[in-house]
Design a protein around this ligand. Structure first.
Ligand code: ZN
Length: 155
């Protein structure tokens, strides 16, 4: 604990922003100005805002990857199905029960992931943050386009 923590310059505003998870995208533009001013002046809240926005994006990516994982697991299980009776004969296991247990778990996992993803996208400004990142990326690519290609593009 050698590094001193940066303190908020206005604890009242800081507390309000904290209760909003430092997301001011939902409030009216004239109200937003004051809070934007605070973000400009306060390194503490700026750092917190950055942290929360990256957390939103991480959650959105994590839940969508999780949904994708369960989707693929179900796809794989669908492929295994024809082999079921073969495995039953060779291994002497009650594959049928195991198979249906896995399918149920896969469906439950997929539903849970999709619900979690929907919650993240509704409760956090992750979609706009991701949109901003995408726009930034597109701008970056456009800047790097050779002049010859740029000249061909209609204005
Ligand atoms: Zn602050």
């Amino acid at each position: 604990m050698s590094k001193a923590r940066i303190q908020c310059t206005d604890r009242v505003v800081g507390a309000i922003l904290a209760s909003w998870r430092y997301d001011i995208s939902g409030i009216s533009p004239e109200m937003r100005k004051d809070y934007e001013g605070h973000f400009a002046a306060c390194a503490h809240c700026r750092a917190r805002q950055k942290f929360h926005r990256s957390l939103d994006v991480t959650l959105a990516v994590f839940t969508s990857l999780s949904a994708l994982f369960f989707f693929f697991a179900l796809a794989v299980l669908k492929h295994i199905h024809p082999l079921e009776h073969v495995a039953f004969k060779i291994l002497g296991l009650d594959i049928f029960d195991v198979y249906h247990m896995l399918v149920s778990a896969g469906i439950a996992g997929l539903c849970f992931s999709l619900a979690a993803m929907a919650l993240v996208l509704m409760a956090t400004p992750a979609p706009s943050t991701l949109g901003g990142i995408a726009a930034e990326g597109a701008r970056h690519i456009e800047e790097r386009l050779p002049a010859a290609i740029k000249a061909l593009r209609p204005r």
